[in-house]
Design a protein around this ligand. Sequence first.
Ligand code: FAD
Ligand code: FES
Length: 253
Amino acid sequence: MAGYVEQGPVLLNELVGPDIWRMIAELPKTAQEVRPGQFVHVKPKPTTLMLRRPLSVSDADPGAGTIELIYRVVGTGTAAMAAMKKGDILDSLGPLGTYFSMKEGKIIGVGGGVGIAPILFLARRVKGGRMTAVIGGRNREEIFWKDLFPRDTRVIVTTDDGSFGIKGFAVSVLPGLLQKPGIGETAVCGPEILMKKTAEIAARAGIYCEVSMERRMGCGTGGCLACVCGRAGGGHYKVCLDGPVFDASEVIL
Ligand SMILES: Cc1cc2nc3c(=O)[nH]c(=O)nc-3n(C[C@H](O)[C@H](O)[C@H](O)COP(=O)(O)OP(=O)(O)OC[C@H]3O[C@@H](n4cnc5c(N)ncnc54)[C@H](O)[C@@H]3O)c2cc1C
Ligand code: FES
């Protein structure tokens, strides 16, 4: 999907976790059209940034005309985002990319770090208690995400140091969860090792798995090859155009 440029004011930009910010911006057309798994390619306006930065949408409210982004400050672009104040203008190219297919049946969403953002949007759109989210973080400070999930989502928390929830990595709970009947899909986003292990466990359980790949990006529209990932069977995909959401069996993780 090619997307379009839409500019709108920031309504809220707040620190919600260690170096992690939550922004709500008024972008009515994007809010109507964006689907879980898609991203927007953004920059503050005016800006000295040459390139936009890709961020997953973590929620959209078509009625209010707003989208939510949750992002970690790691460098120049995300620091510029964090410096934005209420009323500053966010310049968005989007919504871009593929989205989760939200198959019939129960959905197991697996998220690590800021990869939880698209899983959160998925949970917010999957109604009727169909979703279980497994979210992993290094410690209890990184687990503020759990309070953002809808009430009808079952949220299982793992921390590497055991300071909250189950001690261990998010994948440790998957073999047991995927044995339950009626699961239609596993959806995962986060560190590549998390996606690789989740895809392997889902394949062994015979459950369809979608991965949301987060590559460094340049143009965001297929022109620069900055974002390629390996294609199972040979060749490559452009994550910005062919992804970020892929059938896990179609990409090399
Ligand atoms: C489809 C997609 C969705 C994304 N969604 C989110 C999101 O919801 N929330 C969020 O916080 N981040 C997300 N990211 C990652 C985000 O785009 C980068 O963190 C951001 O572009 C970094 O820009 P910067 O200028 O702050 O950092 P830079 O100055 O460009 O880089 C700082 C450091 O971050 C590393 N880095 C930069 N981009 C990436 C990347 N894509 N993956 C891994 N390491 C990177 C660099 O190697 C460097 O070490 C997403 C990326 C993609 C491709
Ligand atoms: S970011 Fe340029 S081709 Fe994908």
